[in-house]
Design a protein around this ligand. Sequence first.
Ligand code: BGC
Length: 763
Amino acid sequence: MDSASLKTPSPARSAPSRRAFLAGSVAATALCARAWAAPRAKAADLHIEHLIRRMTLEEKAGQLSIFRSPVANMRINPLGRRDPTRNDALADVRLGGAAGYFNGFDLAFNRELQRVAVEESRLRIPLIFAADVIHGLKITFPIPLGEASGFDPELCRRTTRSAAEEATSYGLHWTFAPAVDVARDERWGRVVEGAGEDPWLGALIAAARVRGYQGEDLRAPGSMVACAKHFAGYGGVEGGMEYNTVDIPETTLRQVHLPPFKAAFDAGALTTMAAFNDVAGVPCTANRRLLTEILRDEWRFRGLAVSDFEAVIELVIHGYAADEKDAVAKALAAGCDMSLGGDLYRQHIPALVREGRLSGTIVDEAVRRVLRVKKAIGLFDNPYRSLDADRQAAIDRRPAMIALAREAARKSVVLLKNDGGALPLRKSGQSIAFVGPYVSDRSNVLGSWAVYAEPERAVTLEEGVRAALGPDASCSFTPGCDPDKPLDGGLDAAVEAARKADVVVLYLGERERITGEAASRVSIVIPPHQMALAEAVATTGKPVVVILKHGRALALTGAVRDAQAILCSWFLGSESGNALADVLFGDHAPRGRLPVSFPQASGQEPFYYDHRTTGRPQMDDAAAFKARYREVTNEPLFAFGHGLSYSTIAYGSTIVGAPRVGRDGVVKVSARISNTGARAAHEVAQLYVHTRVAAITQPVRQLKGIRHVELAPGEEKLVEFELRAADLAYVHPDLAAHADAGVYDVWIAPSAIAGEKASFILV
Ligand code: BGC
């Protein structure tokens, strides 16, 4: 098919906006109510009702099933099932047997599938095409956890917007993102996909990412449907082991794990994905409490809930359903509208309804939700949206997107330590040995879930440094070892290179494959042979700057922990090497903040800053019979919120505006912050709160606000926050969230363990 025949028909008339689609948002309730009452919205519903009345049970079951594309780029079959071939898919679509396809985006083939759907199937219902667009499609941004280090929701909105612009030009309508799981155990590989350990920051970033994907107008060519996942509690898997059970009380679920979901739905996310895990013995795929009582009845979510990959059959494996049919009945009855991969819904729904084992009303409601999503993005009016070769050609590698990838990457770098001002490095007059398995490596640049990206176009550290320094640069690049094994003669070559240099930059850490899905680790350390390289280099006595490559917080030891400077660089995406050079040579000062706490040792996990106080908290290292481990202190090696710049920042006292405040009042909390160094700095001031006495004991601190402050050398600024009773609310034993009267401690601080405490009373 030539590109002329792939042109998109002229844009369709305007229709209900994303806001109008979801009345679930508290903030948007009034707006939504108005929009749903509008004649056009009613007409949309009438069309859907008309379709549902005409559909056979088989067609309904088809609309509740999305299949992995025959042209999928990623093929993992944990349960050994077969994906449809191209011909299967075309035949299925002709019979109205599929809602859409995911993870494959051959534009010409998808356009042909769509043509068959809207020209040859009985009811002409368009298909929806989906994929995991997690941190970009071709142009890759930092892994979501890394990007969360920016503490910058607007940056997250811009990168997800850019990803949506690109993905929609490749034929996609729906992304299985953002992952909004709060993750507090760094052994869990999927920490990489979320925004870290904090529910407040997680909620802010979840909403921003949804706004980016979905945009202001869902029908715009660059907008795609977002999917807040994995609902719910996935980040709480026991022992950090992937797919493991989750056993946390609903109070904690509501206070810690659900807020980012609520924020995503309030921002308009049209879909959610049920998590693989169970919560207290009930798998999320069939968890009525989560999928219906909380999501729909309480939050008024009107969107679509899809299962995770082939998770319906897993209900049998979990021991929650007797057989395939039972699994389908239980999942649908609980509120899991669509099955992702596998065709159990399609196979069993018609018989289950005919046998009276599944209510037709439930099936109709699920179909309604699917069709509403298709309608919301304009597929009925313009089924070829996103399938336009000309638009793809115009968007391909747009310079602004590449520039954004570089900006996001450097804003994601966190400077953990910088003894003696080892960084920034000088561009000349200094010879630098770049040592480590990643200095010239291109296969571990992008990070987990960059399945559609182009690693061959990713910028390595060597390329970034050479571009920054020009041809006369005095530097060497020596791997020293492979990411997961030693190299013959590697150590000697590395030591030799270090000896000849004035300073060593050691680039070490995790390779892609040990981060992400199905990549839980027992011990979150730098692999031993890489540590041997670090120790060997340290024997030269040369100053060492460590750059970490990682998808989680790490337990750092020995020569890495003791290096003069440490940069946390995650997996930075397509522009990694350029961004690292920007930071190393001081063209851009680091400004990122840790969204996860770095422990002293792996055995402390789950390790997070907003833990509760025990009856025997550790007060100092010498005290016995305290809540602590024998070998290490409870203090983090690097705290949540920590991150240095190339200047020094001083925080004044935390000041509260009034000692007492009423329930309807506002407490002003402020502090003076000054740049005491010689370079400009970008500071991220953080507001933390502690509730002294509560019906459920509350964390030692909780993040409640952030402010980005630019400070010139010597400059001082007043940073102010406002706190209301709603900000002090916690989930009570009866599951209601509200604030109690009492004493509250507050800090304005550069990290979760710093700052000066002040207090006020809520009356
Ligand atoms: C993951 C999901 C993903 C799905 C489809 C699953 O294994 O858990 O996050 O969206 O695959 O690729």
